[in-house]
Design a protein around this ligand. Sequence first.
Ligand code: SAH
Length: 244
Amino acid sequence: MNGKVWLVGAGPGDPELLTLKAVKVLARAQVVLVDDLVNPAVLEHCPDARVIPVGKRGGCRSTPQAFIHRLMLRYTRQGKCVVRLKGGDPCIFGRGSEEVDWLAAHGIEAELVNGITAGLAGATGCGIPLTLRGIARGVTLVTAHTQDDSSLDWAALAKGGTTLVVYMGVAKLGEVRDSLLAGGMRADMPVAMIENASLPQQRECRSSLARMRQDAARFALKSPAILVIGEVAAAREALLAYSA
Ligand code: SAH
């Protein structure tokens, strides 16, 4: 395992949602580069490793990616087993594949380890089935935070009939609402906003497309949160009734 980087998903927060593989890799790690959204409780699985925070709070605001690359290079060249620990799944809005490509270009072996992504954890944890026979035949994961503002076809998403799970949407609720309404989605489409999914401080706010921005403001919704937009976002009562 030495001289290699493992890009490991730490899951959405609840340490019990870590994969067994993540736990095994962490136990053998010598250096762990940790993102902000990773619950520190996960680090109990790597008590002997050198833990280096590399998120914005870790002090590398300006060029985080270059800083992280340098660290991965330095420690793998020292023959260390390096874990790059990311929130959720490393390849869902996590730049995991970019880091693998970069490592490959520098001759460093890398391996990805799945994590449970926040959207899945948040929805299921609130009793929202992201797919539901006869109601939602698919699910689309999107980010509201795009670098060039042109890459998402919101009109197609509005008409697509799949459940939408929006990451990084808290600061963009107005834009998301306007784009989907303009694309023809109904104003009363159910929305669930789930903050701190899977953590003890998890909160959920149920709303509709037209009202989600005002409701989020009243609720003081904060990041990290995901939005679930679609018929299934109103499905909790039905699920609870089944389990009763
Ligand atoms: N790779 C991560 C996503 C990173 S992008 C994953 O697979 O989950 C960061 C965004 O993820 C946040 O802005 C938020 O939308 C979402 N997120 C991450 N952790 C979350 C949590 N515990 N609860 C709700 N949303 C979360």
